[in-house]
Design a protein around this ligand. Structure first.
Ligand code: HEM
Length: 464
C-alpha cells in the first residue's frame, strides 16, 4: 500500500569520508563496497560518488526487479551512455536505447551475437588460440595475463567476424575503451583525460579502423558478398533500416563487438586462470577435461558446452570477479522498491552482484568452488542469486557466444601449456577501472609446452 512506503528522504546514506564520500572505497573494490553497504543499510541506500548522490538497490530482489514490468518501465540506460555516443557522433547504441527501439535493435543483432556466429568454426578458434599463444605466450616467458588474453580475444572476434584481425589496432582499442569507459560511462575519471595525447592518438586510430571497416563492408554490400555474420547483419540492417542504423552510427556499431568482448572476456578468463592455478586440485581436472576434448579430431559446439568442469570454473570466476558489479540506470518515473519510493530521474545503481558474495546463496562465498554448479547443488539457480551477464532487457546479448569462446580459450590454453603463477605464491590484485577484474600486472610463467599445436579437422555442417 502506498501509505506504507517510506519517502526517499528516509533512505539511509552510506557513511563515507568528508567531501569524497564513498568515492575511494567504491573505486578500490566496488564488489565489496556494495556488499558492505547491503549488510549495513539493507537493500536500498544512497551513496556519494564524486559529489553525486546516487541511489542503490541491491541484492537478489533488486536483480529480480530488473526483469519485472516495473523495472523494465521504471529504468532507462540513456544517460550513462549518452556522452559515449556523442563522442562517436552517433545517434544511439544498443546499450543506450530502451523500450520498442531497443527491442527492434536487439532483434537485428541477436543472430550475429549468438553462438551461431562460430558454428563450424571451432577448428579456426583453436588455430587462432595457437597462433596467439605462439606470439604472446612463449615458453619461458612471464606473460601479463589480461593483456595476453586481450590480444587473443580481439584476434578471435576479428577473424571470426571480419576474416581479418586488426591486431595492429589492439593497443588503440584497449586505450580507447579504457579512457572512454572511465571518463564518459562510469565517470570515474575527469574529462580532461580525453585531451591527453595518448588518448587522442588511440581515438584517431579507432576512427580510422571504423572508417576502414565501413569502406570494406560497403564494398561487400555492393558486390553481394556481405559475410553471414554479425557485421554483415549490421551492414544489411543499415541498408534495410537506415532509420534504426543510420550512417553516422556505423563506426560505433561495427567496432562494438571489440568494445563488448575485449575487457569482459579477457578479465573473466584471466580471473579463471588465476583461480585454476591457485586452488589445489583444480588444475588437474581442467587439464584432464581439456586433453579429452582435443583427443577428438573435430570439436563441435556441443563438445565445448559439454566442458562441464571448465565451464563451472568460468561460472565461478564470474561469480567472484564479476565484470559488471552493478548496473547503472536512471529512473524514468518514481519506483517502489522494498518499502521505499525512489523519485523519477535519479541515477541508480542496481547491485546485482551482491548475492554472489552472500553465504545465504553461496556457502563459503569467498572459496573458489566449481562444484557449486553441479546438478546436485546448483547454488546459482536460486532466483536473483547469480547475475554475471546482467539482468533485465539489456542482459548480455553475447552471453552464449562468450561462453563458447571462453570455453575454447581455457581448454586450449591448459591443454597446450604448462603454466604457473609468477611469483608462485602470487595473490591476485584487482583493478576496478574501466571494468573490474585482475590487475594488469598479474603474470603467469609459461613453464613448458604440454601438448603440440595439433590442428583440428573442420566440422562438416549438414545443410538444413
Ligand atoms: C565474460 C564475458 C561477458 C560478460 C560477463 C558480459 C556481461 C555483460 C553485462 C553484465 C551486460 C549488461 C550491462 C547492462 O545491463 O548495463 C552486457 C551487455 C552486452 N554484452 Fe556482454 N558480456 C560478456 C561478453 C560479451 C561478448 C563476447 C559480447 C559480444 C561480442 C557481448 C555483447 C554484449 C552486448 C551487445 C550487450 C548489450 C546488450 C543490450 O544493451 O541490450 N558481451 N554484457
Amino acid at each position: 500500500m502506498d501509505v506504507a512506503l517510506k519517502p526517499a528522504t528516509e533512505i539511509p546514506n552510506a557513511k563515507g569520508v568528508p567531501l569524497a564520500g564513498n568515492t575511494f572505497e567504491m573505486a578500490k573494490d566496488p564488489a565489496s563496497f556494495f556488499v558492505r553497504c547491503y549488510r549495513d543499510y539493507g537493500p536500498v541506500y544512497r551513496v556519494n560518488v564524486f559529489g553525486r548522490k546516487q541511489y542503490v538497490i541491491a541484492g537478489a530482489e533488486a536483480a529480480k526487479f530488473m526483469s519485472t514490468r516495473a523495472g523494465r518501465e521504471g529504468l532507462r540506460s540513456k544517460e550513462f551512455w549518452q556522452d559515449f555516443i556523442d563522442h562517436y557522433g552517433a545517434t544511439r547504441s544498443l546499450t543506450q536505447v530502451d523500450g520498442d527501439e531497443h527491442r527492434k535493435m536487439r532483434g537485428l543483432f541477436r543472430r550475429g551475437f549468438s553462438r551461431q556466429a562460430v558454428v563450424g568454426r571451432y577448428h579456426e578458434l583453436a588455430d587462432i588460440g595457437d597462433r596467439s599463444m605462439a606470439d604472446k605466450w612463449k615458453v619461458g616467458d612471464s606473460v601479463p595475463v589480461v593483456e595476453g588474453f586481450q590480444y587473443m580475444i580481439v584476434q578471435m572476434i576479428g577473424e571470426i567476424m571480419t576474416g581479418d584481425a586488426p591486431l595492429e589496432y589492439v593497443k588503440d582499442i584497449r586505450t580507447n575503451i579504457l579512457f572512454l569507459l572511465n571518463v564518459l560511462v562510469t565517470k570515474q575519471r575527469p574529462k580532461i583525460m580525453l585531451k591527453s595525447p595518448k588518448f587522442k592518438k588511440a581515438s584517431a586510430r579507432m576512427n580510422e579502423l571504423g572508417r576502414q571497416m565501413i569502406v570494406d563492408f560497403k564494398a561487400h554490400a555492393d558486390n553481394g558478398t556481405l559475410p553471414d555474420n554479425l557485421l554483415g547483419d549490421i551492414m544489411q540492417g543499415h541498408l534495410d533500416h537506415p532509420d534504426l542504423i543510420p550512417e553516422s552510427d556505423l563506426a560505433l556499431i561495427l567496432t562494438g563487438p571489440y568494445v563488448a568482448g575485449l575487457d569482459t572476456v579477457a578479465n573473466t578468463v584471466a580471473a579463471a586462470t588465476y583461480a585454476i592455478l591457485k586452488t589445489p586440485g583444480v588444475l588437474e581436472k581442467v587439464q584432464a577435461e581439456a586433453d579429452a576434448l582435443y583427443a577428438k579430431e573435430t570439436v563441435t559446439e556441443a563438445d565445448v558446452r559439454g566442458l562441464t568442469y571448465i565451464q563451472n570454473c568460468l561460472k565461478e570466476a564470474m561469480r567472484l570477479w564479476p565484470i559488471a558489479v552493478a548496473q547503472m540506470r536512471t529512473t524514468t518515473k518514481e519506483i517502489e522498491f522494498e518499502g521505499y519510493k525512489i523519485p523519477a530521474n535519479e541515477m541508480i545503481f542496481i547491485g546485482t552482484s551482491v548475492p554472489h558474495f552472500m553465504e545465504e546463496y553461496f556457502p563459503n562465498p569467498m572459496t573458489f568452488d566449481p562444484d557449486r554448479y553441479n546438478d546436485d547443488r546448483k547454488e546459482h539457480m536460486c532466483p536473483g542469486a547469480y547475475s554475471p551477464f546482467g539482468r533485465g532487457p539489456h542482459t548480455c546479448l553475447g552471453q552464449n557466444l562468450a561462453e563458447v569462446l571462453m570455453g575454447m580459450i581455457m581448454s586450449r590454453l591448459f591443454h597446450r601449456l604448462d603454466l604457473s603463477l609468477d611469483p608462485p605464491g602470487y595473490v591476485l590484485k584487482t583493478k576496478s577501472a574501466p571494468t573490474p577484474g585482475p590487475a594488469m600486472d598479474f603474470k603467469v610463467k609459461v613453464v613448458g609446452e604440454r601438448r603440440p599445436a595439433k590442428a583440428l579437422t573442420p566440422e562438416v555442417i549438414e545443410d538444413e
